[in-house]
Design a protein. Sequence first.
Length: 214
Amino acid sequence: MTSRPDASGVEGNEKNSFADSASATPTDEMPVSKVGDVVQSQGVTRMEAADREAKANRKTFYLVGVSVLVCHNSMLSTLSHMSIIGAVSKPLIATISDITSRPCTYIFALIFYTVGYIVAATSQSVSAHIVGEVIVAVGGAGLDLTNDIIVADLTPIEWRGFAGSLLSTPFIINTWFAGKIVDAITPAAKPKETWKQALIENFHEIDAFWPHPA
């Protein structure tokens, strides 16, 4: 009667051989360092040393945390969350579209979009500007979603993707005219007095806020 080999032993041998081949591959191609009887890449050794230092000496961890906190600005980080707010508001806007109608939802989103830019353009502080941008994010998400819903309702399946892509074609004109409009509303002599006009025109490029040389 023949005995079957132990499956766990075979599996263990396969794992060991795989580990040996995996550990031997980088040592032939990258600089290595020897830690005791183990030969490993220098990058792994450095990261292990940094991990040990961070765990053994909490002062290093605190210094890193303080250095990151110094470079942190809660206002600007809040401004970067507009895309998240827009994504979260889409299910609510879709529900409103089903309960009421497509035109009502479109008008609702357009009002939010317009009011948001008015608040941002007339803001006197970063906090007020962020409030306006949040309202803009909700309105913009509503307009995008309602456009997609209307396209899905009016077009057949085989043309739905093409019709949906046509919604982005108006932005092509920005390639040739956005820079000229930004230069026109932000003269080099008074760049700080016209930044609100740049916001209400929906041009968020750096040129809208950066002083231009004469």
